[in-house]
Design a protein around this ligand. Structure first.
Ligand code: HEC
Length: 147
């Protein structure tokens, strides 16, 4: 057998192999989540909500942009939390209606932050942050954070 056909054979065998590497199947997103809820909270939710809640006397476009990006990242976190997390019991928790409701409220609140940013309205921003964004954190933690 020529070298070229050996290579071809190897490639075909690889394509036919029934078990692709695990990290590839996970990256396709329909398997289990890659991050635990705790990691999502600490890596995404906490720093970005810190930016939103700390926003004060915004002036430059760059300052508003930072808040906008933070709100987008909260939505991304919400998107991940729709499936729960990689920790024990976290996809099961996310299957519950309450979890989806609290998560949906957090996403809606982040959308209200985006509207406030678009309007350059700091009062709307602070009410979206305090009245809409904070309550779902509390509700979800009361019900799902282990004490
Ligand atoms: C849909 C449910 C849900 C929502 C909404 C939610 N969290 Fe969480 N959060 C959790 C759960 C569950 C834990 C506990 C994770 C653990 O300990 O494994 C947690 C833990 C945390 C922690 C502690 C992390 C640690 O190291 O122990 C912080 C901080 C946190 N959340 C911040 C927030 C903030 C801020 C918001 C709102 C903007 C929020 N979370 C919204 C479910 C939620």
């Amino acid at each position: 057998m020529s070298r070229a056909s050996l290579t071809l054979l190897a490639m075909i065998l690889l394509l036919l192999s029934p078990l692709p590497p695990r990290h590839l199947t996970q990256a396709q997103g329909e398997q289990r989540p890659l991050l635990t809820v705790k990691q999502i909270m600490n890596a995404i939710v906490t720093p970005t909500t810190g930016t939103i809640w700390g926003a004060y006397q915004l002036q430059t476009d760059a300052e508003w942009k930072e808040v906008e990006n933070a709100a987008l990242a909260v939505i991304a976190a919400g998107d991940l939390l729709t499936a729960g997390g990689a920790g024990a019991g976290e996809t099961e928790a996310a299957a519950e209606a309450d979890w989806q409701a609290f998560n949906g409220q957090m996403i809606e609140a982040a959308r209200a932050v985006l509207s406030a940013v678009e309007a350059r309205d700091e009062e709307a921003l602070s009410s979206a942050g305090n009245d809409a964004l904070y309550p779902p954190c509390e509700s979800c933690h009361q019900q799902y954070q282990a004490r």
